[in-house]
Every structure is written in C-alpha cells, then in structure tokens.
Design a protein around this ligand. Sequence first.
Ligand code: R5P
Length: 309
Amino acid sequence: MSGMPLLFEMPGQEPLASRLARVLPAERGRMEIRHFPDGETYVRVDSPCDGRDVVLAATLAQPDALALPLLFAVRGLRDRGARRIVLAAPYLAYMRQDVRFRPGEVVTSMVFADFLGALADGLVTVDPHLHRYHSLAELYRVPARVVHAAPAVASWIADHVTAPLLIGPDSESEQWVSDVAGLARAPHVVLSKTRRGDRDVEIEVPPLEPWSGRTPVLVDDIVSTAGTMIETVTHLRRARYPAPVCVGVHGLFAGDAYAALKRAGAGTIVTANTVPHPSNRIDLTEVLAGALRELLDPPPDDSASETVP
Ligand code: R5P
C-alpha cells in the first residue's frame, strides 16, 4: 500500500471504523458532521489528507438521510487533498429495484450507482443483493470489491447450533444458502415466497419431516420489515418446530421489525456487522479489510474492475 490510508467515518459508524482502522491498518482522520436546527448539514474535515488514500466508512442502511452528508463529506475530503476515496459500505442500498416492474418506475439501483460512482474512486461491500444483475460491474463504473459473508455465517452456525437445518426463504436465496450449508456441513431447503406488498409475503413451507430433530436456521441476506422471516417462523412454530434461529447478513430491521420477529417466536436472532445493531454477532472486519487492501494496492496482474475474491 502506498503509505497508510486515512480512515474517516460517517456518523454512527464508529464501531466499524475503529475495527477497520485496527485491522487494515489505517490512521484515523477527524471530520465533524452535524445538523443545523433547520435540518441542513454542516461538515468540516479536520485532518489534512495531502495526497493520501482515504477510506470512508459509510454503510448505506439509511441511504436517503446519508446521501447529502456523504456528498458534502467527499467534497471536503477532496478539498483537503485526498488522492483516492474508497467507500467501505458493507451494506449497499438500492439494489432491489433492479428492474422497472411497472411503467414509469425509476430503476433506483442504477441512479444510486451513478451517484456513488460519481462520488468515490472505489467501493467495497458485502453480499449486495444481486438478483437480476449478475455483478456490480453491470452497475458501478468505479472498481468494486464484493466480499462474501457465507464463510463467517457458516462458521457461526457450526459453532452455535447443534444439528442445524438451513432454510432459505425463496429461490433467490438458493445459491448462497447452499454455499453456507456446504460450509457448515448441514442440510438445507429453500422455500417458495410470493411477495404481495412491502409488508405482505406468503411463504410455502414443504414437509420437513425428513429433518425432524434438527434446529431450523433461517438464513437471508437482508432482514428489512422481517416479514419474510416472521411468516416462516410462524409456519414453523405452528408445525411445532423448535424456535428457529434467524440469521441475516444485513439487519435493517425497519420500525419494530426486530421485536415483531421475537414476538413471532424466533429463537436467537443474529446478523453480521454490516449494519450496526445489537444483534451483530458475525464480524466481517477481516474480510472487509482484505478487500480494501486489494483495492488500494492491487497485485500487479490484477486487471479486474470488480471482483469476487
Ligand atoms: C429479498 O429478495 C431479500 O432477499 C429478502 O428476503 C427481503 O429483502 C426481506 O425483506 P423483509 O424482511 O421485508 O421481508
């Protein structure tokens, strides 16, 4: 790496920033971001950047509230002389509107990618919701690295759950639930989901008798309203299965989603530390730091503009 990078963080991202700074390693930079009483944003970059690489910890779980402060922060970092600015955005928002389902809809995944691509010189994220897009390179014009939570999720399950049966909520989850299951050496099934609205999903659970005696472990990439998990947990509890362990990579938990999932009968609820939440148990700092190092200082033969390590 050409000199130690400077690491700044957006508000609320202190835990990720301090871990990343230790593991990368990076020197912490200081930046003040606050809101005026009328809601406008004040930004001041305290640390000079003077030709150095900058990592900006900015998970994108609240993208609308974050977008303008992020734009101002990046401008401030460039004004202070940042050479390159790489976003450490373990959760990448706006990936699910990946097609125009109805005439007139805006494909926000593309617009958001244009926004971030114009801001930063690179991006590192964890398991973006790639469904109709096959890779970030289809969307992002800056070099992007994707790191996978599957190995860390699998080892958490193997260490904490006896005789797990992994359950993916829908066909979209098949590929990565089967990866996690393979790594955890556990069987898995994939359910069928019909989404009727933002908070209205219907799940079909096939007979699970062949796996009786196992602990159900629901695994999903994103938990937003938790409707998908609540519906699945409700089916399983009605069928007298033990309280399912719920594992989400990105725990967004909109509104009272976490409490509602608990009330529905979930057992332990665990997420990765891509979005700060008390359920964070799966630490992805090492893999994120590895991807950041590769992006900042790629090996000489590395020609990829987006990569899956
Ligand atoms: C959807 O395709 C994702 O993989 C998740 O299943 C979904 O985002 C979960 O959303 P919610 O928690 O609102 O049901």
